[in-house]
Ligand binder design. Structure first.
Ligand SMILES: Nc1ncnc2c1ncn2[C@@H]1O[C@H](COP(=O)(O)OP(=O)(O)OP(=O)(O)O)[C@@H](O)[C@H]1O
Length: 397
């Protein structure tokens, strides 16, 4: 195991989500000649995160919104958990599908408690159950109910509002969650930590998630599968991030990810050639509280335990440390890459374990830092600039 937000806790075996099947779905907006979504077919397996990624205007949002019928398809069928979504009254359908959008879409005049409890209230859950669920949801997204329940959205940061948006979308325990660029409006650091939160949350609840983004690195990080969409929601490729990175099916997909040649080029760059990130570390005999505090002070929620020769042995998440008396035997054994590993090896380590980062060791196996999927995406971007079609024509600096 390499270190990972994505791998911990392990995905629920009995996924709570349901299959979604879109069969020849077409949407033609009134007055439009061409369809916005043309004959779209895709099966989304229960409990998976599937990311729709593609250029602006290609039809991602339209496709997603047809699943909860915020947009009615012109033709085609949609089955959710085997039920014909088009034959269920739209309001009823929407209560069974969580929906989270950019800037959270919270009601500004309602408290956080009222926002989160909206769907349970509509479903006429009793007050006690609703209140308990609201608190549970805030805990789940990392917000202390004692502090936030009675606040209004304007009294929260953008990232906190986004967390409340996710809590609201999941409050009634829907088997399906639709997320339309939910993290598009927050800064990159908050965004990375919201992505990590989503991975953790999904592993706990097993909901089927359909996620729309423009950002391929976000798709790689979050997706069990990625659907790369072209014009009118044509499915250019639908596969795991690993398979898409290794074998882009079309030129358009290759344009998004850089192609197989690029992967080989990743094999030419060493881990020592990129900027490593850091996470809090502690030795096995150090006080638990010190590491817990150091982790708390970061935007991520994990750290690394070293042996007495500074070699990484395990990594821990904040929850591993709650009530722990010692760092010894705490956490998850770490798989490692070295400073001389290639970025391709680091990528393989990350992808083969479904992780989002790998711990790096240097001389004598000592801890040096971590490589994340973002580091690799940045390296890919650099390689593209250096070797892209315009590279030769460029003036030397
Ligand atoms: N209500 C509408 N009426 C008419 N045309 C629309 C409507 N909504 C979207 N469209 C058109 O349908 C096409 C697909 O739009 P859609 O919003 O689904 O794309 P998208 O891939 O989600 O785009 P973006 O990434 O920019 O949000 C676009 O050409 C858009 O102009």
């Amino acid at each position: 195991m390499t270190t990972s937000q994505k791998a911990v806790p392990q995905r629920a075996e009995n996924a709570a989500g349901v299959d979604i099947v879109l069969d020849s779905v077409t949407k033609r907006y009134p007055g439009q000649k061409a369809a916005a979504v043309d004959d779209f077919s895709l099966t989304i397996n229960a409990g998976e995160i599937v990311v729709f990624v593609g250029p602006s205007g290609c039809g991602k949002t339209t496709t997603m919104r047809m699943i909860n019928r915020l947009i009615e398809p012109t033709s085609g069928s949609i089955f959710i958990g085997g039920k014909d979504a088009l034959s269920i009254p739209a309001n009823e359908l929407r209560r069974s599908i969580g929906y989270s959008i950019q800037q959270a879409g919270l009601f500004p005049h309602m408290t956080i408690a009222q926002n989160v409890s909206m769907v349970p209230s509509l479903l006429k859950w009793d007050k006690k159950k609703t209140a308990a669920r609201t608190e549970e949801m805030l805990h789940l997204v990392g917000l202390d109910p004692a502090i936030y329940l009675n606040r209004f959205p304007r009294q929260l940061s953008g990232g906190q509002q986004q967390r409340v948006g996710v809590a609201r979308a999941l409050a009634a325990d829907p088997p399906v969650l639709l997320m339309d660029e939910p993290f598009g409006a927050v800064d990159p650091i908050t965004r990375a930590s919201l992505q990590d939160e989503l991975i953790r949350l999904h592993a706990e609840i097993g909901t089927t998630i359909v996620f729309v983004t423009h950002d391929f690195s976000e798709a790689v990080k979050l997706g069990d599968k990625i659907a790369v969409l072209g014009d009118r929601s044509t499915v250019e490729q639908y596969d795991t991030p690993e398979a898409i990175l290794a074998n882009p099916a079309t030129e358009m997909v290759a344009g998004f990810v850089g192609g197989g040649a690029l992967l080989q080029q990743l094999g030419l760059v060493r881990v020592r050639d990129v900027d490593l990130q850091q996470r809090p570390t502690a030795h096995e005999n150090d006080p638990v509280d010190d590491l817990a505090r150091a982790i708390d002070a970061t935007d991520d929620n994990w750290g690394i335990i070293l042996d007495d020769r500074d070699r990484p042995v395990r990594w821990v998440r904040d929850h591993h440390l709650r009530n722990a008396r010692s760092l010894r035997d705490n956490g998850v054994p770490a798989d490692l890459v070295s400073m001389s590993s290639t970025l391709q090896q680091a990528l393989e380590a990350i992808l083969s374990t479904g992780c989002v980062s790998a711990i790096v060791t240097g001389k004598n196996g000592r801890y040096e830092g971590i490589v994340t999927i973002e580091t690799l995406m940045a390296a890919i971007r650099d390689i593209r600039v250096e070797t892209g079609p315009d590279a030769e024509a460029r003036e030397p600096e």
